[in-house]
Design a protein. Structure first.
Length: 125
């Protein structure tokens, strides 16, 4: 498992332009299974913990609105010079938190790579 997540992180770092950081966390417990950052003072586990609250709030809103045929695919937060993507697994158990430099990122390629790994993470975790 850890080899898979390590390879996942290295692939993202190598293949996503503007890669800053990534983490994989369980939604129910908040436990982080993996994190990687290219910026020494950027803590992806801390960012993931705060963004978990965003994911849970949206899940609660969907439940309160009784939108039973919908699930979160991803949530994108655009900051001044960064984009933060919260990509929720299809089964709703895990999420990938990814931060990229908005001046270098290619969102189409980034989302395509995340979708590939999201399926694998669901199967392997």
């Amino acid at each position: 498992m850890s080899d898979f997540l390590k390879q996942f992180g290295e692939d993202l770092k190598k293949n996503i332009p503007g890669f800053i950081a990534v983490s994989v966390a369980e939604i129910q417990s908040g436990m982080s299974y993996f994190s990687l950052s290219t910026v020494s003072d950027f803590d992806p586990e801390l960012a993931s913990a705060y963004n978990l609250e965003v994911v849970k709030a949206k899940m609660n809103a969907i439940k309160a609105l009784k939108i039973t045929d919908q699930a979160i695919d991803n949530i994108m937060i655009t900051l001044t010079s960064q984009i933060h993507i919260l990509d929720v697994s299809d089964n709703g158990d895990y999420f990938i938190y990814l931060a990229v430099d908005s001046t270098k990122a290619n969102l189409g390629m980034t989302k395509s790579i995340l979708n590939k790994y999201k399926k694998e993470i669901t199967q392997k975790l």
